[in-house]
Write a protein that binds this ligand. Structure first.
Ligand code: ADP
Ligand code: ADP
Length: 225
């Protein structure tokens, strides 16, 4: 069986900065993989390449065997919208919308009517234990609650891959643990893969496997004998 999402020998520079020199990656359906490494090592750039947000200078990203560079812009947009979910560190909820409207937004963008989108959004919010936040604005909820709402929004389209970039970065350790349990539990339940970018071993411990990035290069972690 081929992996769901793969990257081979990615290179990406931003002007003089070589963010990725040679990065490779593979993830299977339902797998949770942590991308680890120090700040500035290229983790986010790798995630952005895998998600079709940043185009690598060299190398290939394949989703279900297809080179995503060969898709048209609208096909790539549809891929991100229909197959991928995103959770970031903070600032990802639209402040003018209620939490319910935020969670329903990906379904509205996919063309569903408000009533149907919001009914599904309520179900997912109940699953991640934030049903009561539906009418509130993001500015009225705590950091941990906001991340739960963001996870509900990432799950609402039943994505095949969830991209999570430092999802606990703005939370204290107890809330961080809760968010990781929730994210991994929900992903496993729906057989979604998770690409988890983190620099914290405590967060990476929730993954099935770790990939280490250093100076733009990936390598498998060194395991103590
Ligand atoms: P990490 O996620 O491991 O902290 P990043 O992938 O964010 O690393 O960044 C890797 C390097 O590339 C850093 O030196 C960063 O400043 C640089 N970089 C990332 N994105 C951009 C960009 N859009 N423009 C310029 N430099 C960037
Ligand atoms: P992280 O905390 O994951 O390392 P950053 O906060 O460094 O991410 O970067 C946040 C966003 O800014 C990313 O989209 C990244 O690509 C972009 N970015 C990072 N470094 C630079 C830079 N030097 N110039 C422009 N954009 C950058």
């Amino acid at each position: 069986m081929t992996a769901l999402l793969t990257a081979s020998a990615l290179r990406k520079s931003f002007g003089p900065t070589e963010a990725l020199v040679s990065a490779s990656f593979a993830i299977d359906a339902g797998e949770v993989v942590a991308v680890m490494g120090p700040s500035g090592s290229g983790k986010s750039t790798l995630l952005h390449c895998l998600a079709g947000i940043v185009r690598p200078d060299e190398g290939q990203v394949r989703y279900q065997g297809r080179d995503i560079a060969e898709l048209s812009d609208s096909e790539r947009t549809a891929l991100r919208r229909d197959e991928f979910g995103f959770v970031f560190q903070f600032g990802q909820l639209v402040p003018e919308l209620s939490c319910l409207e935020n969670v329903a937004l990906p379904l509205r963008l996919a063309g569903l009517r408000r009533r149907q989108a919001e009914a599904t959004a309520r179900e997912v919010m109940a699953r991640v234990d934030v049903a009561e936040l539906a009418p509130k604005r993001p500015g009225e909820v705590s950091g941990g609650q906001g991340q739960r709402v963001a996870i509900a929004r990432a799950l609402v389209t039943r994505p095949k891959v969830i991209f999570a970039d430092e999802p606990t970065g703005a939370l204290d350790s107890l809330n961080g643990e809760r968010i990781m349990q929730l994210l991994v539990g929900a992903a496993k339940e729906s057989d979604a893969a998770v690409v988890l970018v983190t620099h914290e071993a405590r967060v990476a411990a929730y993954s099935d496997r770790e990939v280490v990035v250093r100076d733009g290069r990936t390598r498998e972690p060194v395991v103590a004998a």
